[in-house]
Ligand binder design. Sequence first.
Ligand SMILES: Cc1cc2nc3c(=O)[nH]c(=O)nc-3n(C[C@H](O)[C@H](O)[C@H](O)COP(=O)(O)O)c2cc1C
Length: 175
Amino acid sequence: MMQGSEAISAELINGMKQAMRRLAASVVVATARDGDTRYAMAASACTSLSMDPPSILICVNKSASIYPILNHGKDFCINVLSGSHEAISAACSGGQKGEGRFAIGDWRDDPDTNVPYLRDAQASLVCSVDDIHHYGTHGIFIGKVKRVHLHGDVYPLVYIDGRYSSVIEAAKASA
Ligand SMILES: Cc1cc2nc3c(=O)[nH]c(=O)nc-3n(C[C@H](O)[C@H](O)[C@H](O)COP(=O)(O)O)c2cc1C
């Protein structure tokens, strides 16, 4: 299995980057807490895994500040952003650091786990870390879903071709 040590051509890397620009992805913010310290990271490498058990996975670069927290098995939350949350995604992808990432947005604490969640995210899925796979530069965290908060209509923030866009629920668009 390749673990990132073999030489990779610049042409292949560039081809993959261009391919990924064509893969529309919903944007989430993963959050976690370690004592009084809160963590948040914008991510698009997040997907549903299964309904039995209800589970979701997210791929996190080992260099990200939230990585060691997840790697220690702390509960986390996947906040599925809405089309109005572009500034929150920007803050949580490097625009702000640490606690500064929570300066914008209506952040609350999940009553059971204390993990921060975004009150007006389209959906917030509170998870426990059930499994971790390491691959190259990333950790793949499998979360068992413990609680779901829903808010508002289906209106996802989408990242495509290196910029933000949004998708209005098809039924509403045609109404
Ligand atoms: C739209 C978007 C999607 C991203 N998706 C991921 C992802 O899936 N996994 C990841 O590790 N980083 C992803 N990033 C990058 C991180 O958000 C960014 O590197 C962040 O600053 C890392 O956290 P840190 O600053 O706390 O280290 C994404 C960034 C953006 C703007």
